[in-house]
Design a protein around this ligand. Structure first.
Ligand code: AMP
Length: 467
């Protein structure tokens, strides 16, 4: 099937061709015709399936007749509202709208919390046809009367399950209350919980159901490996894997925000450049972390499920589950970050004995047993300091020395690596000299064998006019 056969207008076909897309993904093939017929949609699809283009392309096509270059804000009412759970996803979706709408005179902007509201108010004041927003910040704008939603024709709830998980239902209801009753509704969710079904039944009129295979659950492209390791040895094993496998770039998952910060700090101490992303960090810090990861300054990004959800990380080779998630669906979301665009990816899980039950649930969902890998050096535990780590470090510095001798330019020894001071038998105590944001170059990191992952998205808050 081709994009042409979906009856997309030439402006969109051109934008799609510029992106190098050869044919629609399954969700696009199903969603585009249905949305163009002005049907409501209930889409069960994860990020990574091409769902953003699946709703953005037809949305742009439906609005195209109203595209205009008038300078009058009155000629640019908000006609489409896209709600997303996180700022990162909002920024990425807005970027997609901008990319696919490049040859149309439709304006778009994005509003989300954590940053100054004033530039967003200005952008809205100038008039935009497509608004991408997180629910909380959109409510702020409604309270400030800086946004008028009375002309919305299309509503998209992207990653609706995550919005409910994050407690956005009351906010969503408040927003729905100010929208015109007559509108097209598109709801996308990775899971179909009872809560989602309830929301769908209130929101959607005779929806077209679209379900695409969980791309990464079924894809052979992801190699799963489970290391059985005591919790106290996970960090040493993680460092060992990163070094010995020459992992160029990895997204490492933990469950709690505080653990994301802590692990990133500890890895930096161990000489591995790492940074963290989670919802307690400021927008500037999150953007810095993504940029460090994207640019390869921090090849390890430690993330919580919520913060990483929806991130479009192109060609990310490794996802590492430092801790297994409490809900098996989150395992799918996590591994959905790798093996994208037809490239292989690896999902490595470090499982401590208390996580056996969580793995069983994941395997039940995947309908398969995941291969266990043994790492005998790491299966001794009990919270004791690990003498072999010293050996690792010794080997590392030996290899470092050899490398230094034979290669120029000279490699940089991490500042504040602090490995010598670490006492594994004690809880971690932050050192004032250890910055969360890494400024060091990992001396052992080889040149990535694959291109570094590129994170799409930015944090534009300005209205963009596409001509
Ligand atoms: P999404 O699920 O919307 O986050 O999209 C995942 C990735 O797939 C993004 O990097 C898109 O640029 C890419 N993509 C979307 N549609 C296509 C397509 N038809 N062919 C190839 N890549 C695509």
């Amino acid at each position: 099937m081709s994009f042409e056969s979906l009856n997309l207008i030439p402006e969109l076909l051109r934008a799609v061709a510029e992106q190098g897309y050869k044919e629609p993904t399954p969700i696009q093939a199903q969603a585009i015709p249905a949305i163009l017929r002005r049907r409501d949609i209930m889409g069960c699809a994860q990020t990574g399936t091409g769902k953003t283009a699946g709703f953005t392309l037809p949305l742009l096509q439906l609005l195209a007749p109203q595209a205009n270059t008038s300078l009058s804000p009155a000629r640019h009412p908000i006609r489409a509202l896209i709600l997303t759970p996180t700022r990162e996803l909002a920024a990425q979706v807005e970027e997609s709208v901008r990319i696919y709408g490049k040859f149309l005179s439709l304006r778009t902007t994005v509003v989300y919390g954590g940053i100054d509201i004033t530039p967003q108010m200005k952008a809205l004041h100038g008039g935009v046809e497509i608004l991408v927003a997180t629910p909380g910040r959109l409510l702020d704008h409604l309270h400030q009367r800086s946004v008028n939603l009375s002309r919305v024709e299309i509503l998209v709830l992207d990653e609706a399950d995550r919005m409910l998980d994050m407690g956005f239902l009351p906010d969503i209801k408040r927003i729905l209350a100010v929208l015109p009753a007559q509108r097209q509704n598109l709801l996308f969710s990775a899971t179909f919980s009872d809560e989602i079904r309830r929301l769908a039944s209130q929101l959607l009129r005779q929806p077209t159901m679209i379900e695409v295979a969980r791309r990464n659950a079924t894809a052979d492209l992801v190699t799963h490996q489970v290391y059985e390791v005591p919790a106290t040895r996970k960090r040493a094993l993680l460092g060992y894997l990163i070094r010995t496998r020459n992992i160029p770039q990895a997204l490492v998952f933990v469950r709690m925000k505080r653990d994301a910060n802590r692990l990133a700090r500890e890895l930096v101490r161990d000489g591995i450049s790492a940074t963290a992303i989670h919802s307690d960090r400021t927008q500037a810090e999150r953007e810095q972390a993504l940029s460090d990861f994207k640019q390869g300054r921090a090849p390890v990004l430690v993330a919580t499920d919520i913060a990483a959800r929806g991130l479009d990380i192109v060609e990310l080779p490794y996802v590492i589950n430092y801790e297994l998630p409490y809900t098996p669906e989150d395992y799918l979301h996590r591994i959905g970050r790798t093996a994208r665009a037809g490239l292989p990816g690896e999902a490595i899980s470090l499982m401590s004995p208390d996580e056996n039950r969580l793995l069983a649930e994941i395997e039940k969902l995947l309908k398969r047993t995941l291969p266990r890998v043994t790492a005998p050096e790491f299966d001794r535990g009990g919270g004791k300091p690990r003498p072999t780590y010293e050996r690792d470090r010794h080997e590392r510095s030996e290899r470092h020395e050899k490398r230094e001798k034979r290669s120029a330019p000279k490699l940089v020894e991490p500042r504040n690596s602090g490995a010598r001071e670490i006492d594994f038998s004690k809880p971690y105590e932050p050192s004032p000299s250890t910055a969360t944001k890494p400024e060091i170059t990992h001396p052992l990191r080889r040149q990535p064998s694959r291109p570094a992952a590129a994170l799409l998205g930015g944090a534009s808050t300005h209205a963009k006019s596409h001509k």
